[in-house]
Design a protein around this ligand. Structure first.
Ligand SMILES: Cc1ncc(COP(=O)(O)O)c(C=O)c1O
Length: 469
């Protein structure tokens, strides 16, 4: 018999209470946080959808693997298990552990880039972009045009625009030290990249003599999308597809806080001996010895176990379905979201939902803050605050103003997700009363993490009471 309901493929062995607050408490907490939800105390949040990064629940097998951690400074047994699992998965010769994804990015880019270089990607994630720009290089987004239209349905909106990539390599190839693709494409809505597109990007890069690197944070979700949507791939296992994805590339950066199913960790992996040596030398300077790279032995054990579990089909089926379930509820009620739903998150098109708030008054922040005050749900702006500041200090509207509801792995049940949907719909019903914000103070890089905001006063012309004459 085949059942329609896709259930959580686990039972719960240990629970953590969440705190209920009332609206005045949340308003006070948000004011004290400078209207930036990154600055809230997590305990003042009821459902935390800020990120899916490092917020997942580890399995009993992962918790027990912690006890096997070998904390030797050099040559730890846990490193060799970690290395073996990563090598089997990716096929890359060199595996360099890092404390999280951005450390892998920093080491890779500091080793391979010089000022004036350019790194193409479908869409760079914020830390990837910042780590490229800090080297004086340009982070170029070359996602297909369909990937820039939130409501448009396309099975692989994370695909790289092959024509644009070829033109770039022809015209500025001397300044392109590597080509990247992010799977799935977080900044573009958690959208997958097809196997055909990955093959074509790898071919193009190699034809021009460039290495091809994956930003592989959500490789397992991407592999499952390929299985479900790429014609001819439905009979393959997610593991077989992931193997092929990695083997098209020359290396990858990886944050184990996503599809490593761990709370911390990452790695940089590659085939080239020379780059690997230079990267390891830099690793020793800032992260640690090459067999621990800023992680404890027990972290390496948890990641090794997580990388095995993440490719299990019941897990991936539930993971993608629970995200889609939230998306369906919002879309059915008319809330504009990036379609189709991505793997790890639902992205609300805040620019479309709040047309009365211009991009430079941050409609995403207005929506994020309303969701928190209304329901205690924490989400995140992915828009003009995150991407609008140019290296020269000027500010422009980002390509999209999105609000991301990122779903931690194996943490929330269907009733939590029903509550989130109800909260979004309550805010959406009253959306014309939401106001924009202005920035009071902000850092020059990655400003969204620490900026302070102030709500803009209501526009007297718009909000004047109706005349009674
Ligand atoms: C696509 C992508 N790349 C890189 C990173 C950076 O990883 P980390 O947060 O572990 O530094 C993230 C984190 O969200 C991401 O989504």
């Amino acid at each position: 018999m085949s059942f329609h309901t896709i259930i959580e493929p686990f039972r719960i062995k240990s629970v953590e209470s969440i705190k209920f607050t009332d609206r005045p408490e949340r308003e006070a907490a948000l004011r004290a946080a400078g209207y930036n939800v990154f600055r809230l105390r997590a305990e003042d949040v009821l459902i935390d959808l800020l990120t899916d990064s490092g917020t997942g629940a580890m399995s009993a097998a992962q918790w027990s693997a912690l006890m096997l951690g070998d904390e030797s400074y050099a040559g730890s047994r846990s490193f060799y298990r970690f290395e073996r699992v990563v090598q089997e998965l990716t096929g890359f010769r060199h595996v360099i552990p890092t404390h999280q994804g951005r450390a892998a990015e920093r080491i890779l880019f500091h080793t391979m880039l010089k000022a004036g270089d350019c790194v193409p990607n479908n869409n760079h994630f914020d830390t990837t972009r910042a780590n490229i720009e800090v080297e004086g290089a340009e982070a170029l987004d070359l996602v297909i045009p369909e990937g820039r239209v939130p409501a448009l349905l396309h099975p692989f909106k994370g695909n790289v625009d092959l024509g644009a990539l070829e033109r770039l390599l022809e015209e500025r190839g001397d300044h392109v030290p590597l080509v990247m693709a992010t799977v799935t494409n977080n900044s573009g809505g958690g959208q997958p990249v097809s196997l055909g597109n990955l093959r074509a990007v790898a071919d193009l890069a190699h034809r021009f003599g460039k290495p091809f690197f994956l930003d592989a944070c959500r490789f397992a979700e991407n592999a499952y999308f390929i299985k479900k949507r790429d014609p001819g791939q439905e009979q393959r296992t997610p593991r077989e597809i992931a193997h092929e994805m990695f083997r098209l590339a020359d290396g990858c950066t990886f944050s184990a806080k996503k599809d490593g199913l761990a709370n911390i960790g990452g790695f940089l992996a590659m085939n080239d001996d020379g780059w690997a040596e230079r990267c390891r030398n830099l690793l020793i300077l800032t992260e640690g010895f090459p067999t621990y790279g800023g992680l404890a032995g027990y972290d390496l054990e948890a990641i090794a176990q997580g990388l095995e579990e993440v490719l299990e089909e019941p897990y991936l089926r539930y993971r993608l379905r629970s995200t889609e379930y939230l998306g369906e509820k919002l879309a059915a009620a008319g809330v504009p979201i990036i379609q189709p739903p991505g793997g790890h998150a639902i992205y609300i098109d805040a620019r479309a939902l709040l047309p009365h708030v211009p991009p430079l008054q941050y409609p995403g922040i207005a929506l994020v803050n309303a969701l928190y005050t209304e329901a205690g749900v924490r989400s995140v702006e992915i828009g003009t605050v995150m991407f609008g500041l140019r290296p020269d200090g000027s500010e422009t509207a980002a390509a999209m103003d999105l609000v991301r509801l990122a779903i931690p792995r194996r943490v929330y049940t269907q009733s939590h997700i029903d509550y989130v949907a109800e909260s979004v719909l309550a805010v959406a019903r009253d959306v014309e009363n939401l106001r924009g914000y202005r920035i009071v103070s902000a850092a020059r890089t990655l400003r969204h993490f620490t900026a302070r905001f102030e709500p803009l006063a209501a526009d007297p012309a718009v909000d004047a009471p109706p005349r009674r004459d």
